[in-house]
Design a protein around this ligand. Structure first.
Ligand code: AHM
Ligand code: MG
Length: 354
């Protein structure tokens, strides 16, 4: 097969040779499919991706900073105090996003209150809720961590007034985009705009995210289960019964395989690709996480949209669809049971019907 180079020359190209599609190209092409699209949303994504690259670069250096160049609380060789990586990630995303001109308000796991657009900068029609560095307790041990984001259109898209709490407190089903970045053996960005799930891998030599996982689908069934079983004693009898059931070898049954990292992004990403179920139930016998540990706005809801768009499911410990939950607080917590359709449906059989 012959193909043309930019200079117009014909060169041999094998039919199997893939055309590299960058995330920026993908965003532009998706935008062109929508008549009258203003380009605002594409521009917002570009700002997010830019910050993700900066954070990805710092995550790669984390071992050097901690182990070789000094601890994150030390002064570095230039005499500057090193910042904790989660704080660094929070600054990188917020600084890029709050002045991009396309958001009206932001929420971050690192900030108690909403983050307003600074004076003098344009106010846009979108809101973003972000967990800048999820699983950050894993940084010191070189384990995969991630960023999770959720984008909604503000309640009155025509308004130029600063965004409010209520613009952020929308159901997950109303998200117009959700996704995560995983800083693992490679850096990947996985996102959905409600029309399936697409994955991009960062090519460090180009500094570009390249399309690597078009139309991601999660297996309908899966053998993996992921939960912090150290907490099992606190779980409800229903959850305990389900876990005993999937581990049972009665009648020659094959038990599921336990895999738990303790980084939501990494655990969900693995199960999305391989098939399985992730559970973070609530504590029924301790006061630590009576409603579950994970945050609805910037952890559970975006992951739930990704899961559903990939053919999976996401519910609470009571069997409610996560995307149908109405948030009432910025940092509200929820339980999360997420994964392959068959596995979540099996879990639901253990939940008493209302
Ligand atoms: P974080 O936002 O403080 O990092 O906490 C969220 C993390 C998730 O990534 C992960 O699924 C969970 O906490 C792990 O919790 P645990 O250590 O209780 O198993
Ligand atoms: Mg988190």
């Amino acid at each position: 097969m012959k193909r043309k180079t930019i200079s117009g020359q014909l060169v041999n190209a094998s039919p199997k040779q893939k055309q590299l599609i960058s995330l920026s190209q993908f965003i532009i092409e998706e935008q062109l499919k929508i008549p009258y699209a203003s380009g605002e949303f594409s521009a917002l994504l570009n700002h997010l991706v830019y910050a993700a690259k900066i954070v990805g670069r710092e995550v790669r250096k984390a071992g050097l900073l901690d182990g070789i160049l000094g601890s994150t609380e030390d002064t570095n060789v230039q005499g500057e105090t090193q910042m904790k990586l989660d704080q660094y990630a929070d600054n990188a995303f917020n600084n890029s996003l709050k002045i991009c001109g396309h958001l009206c308000v932001l929420a971050s796991e690192e900030h108690e209150e909403v983050i307003q657009i600074p004076e003098g900068y344009a106010i846009g029609k979108y809101t973003m809720a972000i967990d800048p560095l999820d699983g950050s307790s894993n940084i010191d041990t070189n384990v995969s961590i991630g960023t999770i984001f959720s984008i909604h259109q503000r309640l009155d898209p025509g308004s130029k007034a600063p965004g409010e709490h209520k613009d952020l407190l929308q159901k997950g089903s109303k998200q117009i985009c959700a996704g995560y970045i995983i800083y693992g053996s490679s850096t990947m960005l996985v996102l959905t705009t409600g029309k399936g799930v697409t994955g991009f891998t960062l090519d460090p030599s180009l500094g570009e995210f390249l399309l690597s996982h078009p139309s991601m689908k999660t297996p309908e069934k899966g053998d993996i289960y992921s939960a912090n079983e150290g907490n099992a004693g606190y779980w409800s009898p229903e959850v305990q019964n389900y876990i005993s059931h999937i581990k049972s070898i009665e009648g020659g049954k094959k038990p599921k395989t336990g895999r738990y990292i303790g980084s939501l992004v990494a655990d969900v990403h693995r199960n999305l690709l391989k098939g399985g179920i992730f559970l973070y139930p609530n504590d029924t016998k301790s006061s630590k996480y009576p409603n579950g540990k994970l945050r609805l706005l910037y952890e559970a809801a975006p992951m739930a949209l990704i899961a559903e768009q990939a053919g999976g499911m996401a519910v609470t410990v009571k069997g409610e669809r996560v995307l149908d939950l109405q948030p009432t607080e910025l940092h509200e917590r929820t339980t999360l049971i997420i994964g392959s359709k068959n596995e979540v449906e099996e879990f639901l059989k253990f939940i008493p019907k209302k």
